[in-house]
Write a protein that binds this ligand. Structure first.
Ligand SMILES: [Cu+2]
Length: 246
């Protein structure tokens, strides 16, 4: 019999195997002739401690050449694409200033940070175009790698696709205790793996409306739907047959 732990381990292995296979496939198909002529980009580092635990991020649009020689419109945090790596120290409180210089609304969610909902940048904490947001984050978790990204209702995926992603490193001193390499950009390298498609001019291909009206989506059975509208607790085939019998 499979224990819960064995099942979880097996699932993780299958999933990661699939991802690695996909990446290798994409690499062979698309970039084999290029011979690695581009250096690994290393995002700038913001060490919060060194600047009094005050961190500024500007959400902005710019131009970035994902494909060599073909710059295209992109979004980034304090840069044309992606964002800085923000290093935080466990036990500190950090004051963040997020300025939204985009012509659209956004939010900034601290994915993986253990912080209260009211500063976590979910869909309800919109930073309007042209305005700013000042959350204070208390860092109370072990050493970890987290990331920040938009969490705008309906447009999270698109804004991330446009380039809004930054890393967070939480430091609690254990790297030093364990003797791990920790010189940022030299032997401590941030790697961000993303999946994108491009048009021939190097622009990003993304369908913001994957379900247009004529998309062949299976329609719900209309008579059930109409009958029980406004009564969500009494919907579905079991309820309706019970009512039909009554
Ligand atoms: Cu997230």
């Amino acid at each position: 019999m499979l224990t819960r732990r064995q099942f979880t381990n097996g699932t993780a292995a299958i999933v990661s195997g699939g991802v690695v296979g996909g990446l290798i496939g994409a690499h062979l198909a698309q970039s084999a002739p290029e011979n690695f002529t581009r250096r690994l980009p290393i995002p700038p580092l913001i060490d919060a401690v060194k600047q009094g635990n005050a961190v500024k991020l500007k959400v902005t649009s710019g131009r970035h050449a994902f494909l060599k020689g073909k710059p295209t419109r992109s979004y980034g945090y304090s840069g044309a694409v992606l964002g800085p790596v923000v290093r935080l120290r466990r036990g500190d409180e950090v004051e963040i200033t997020v300025e939204n210089a985009l012509d659209v609304d956004t939010t900034v969610h601290w994915h993986g940070l253990l912080v209260p909902g009211k500063v976590d940048g979910g869909p309800h904490q919109i930073i309007k175009s042209g305005s700013a947001w000042w959350p204070r984050l208390r860092v109370e978790q072990p050493a970890s790698t987290a990331w920040f990204h938009p969490h705008l209702h309906h447009d999270t995926a698109w804004q991330i696709y446009m380039g809004l992603t930054g890393l967070i490193i939480v430091d609690d001193g254990s790297d030093a205790t364990l003797g791990l390499p920790r010189t940022y950009g030299l032997d401590d390298l941030p790697i961000i793996i993303q999946d994108r498609s491009f048009d021939t001019d190097g622009s990003l291909l993304y369908d913001r409306d994957p379900d247009p009206p004529n998309h062949p989506v299976r329609q719900p059975r209309r008579h059930h739907h109409r009958k029980w509208r406004g009564s969500p607790r009494r919907s579905g085939p079991i309820r309706s047959s019970a009512i039909a019998n009554s």
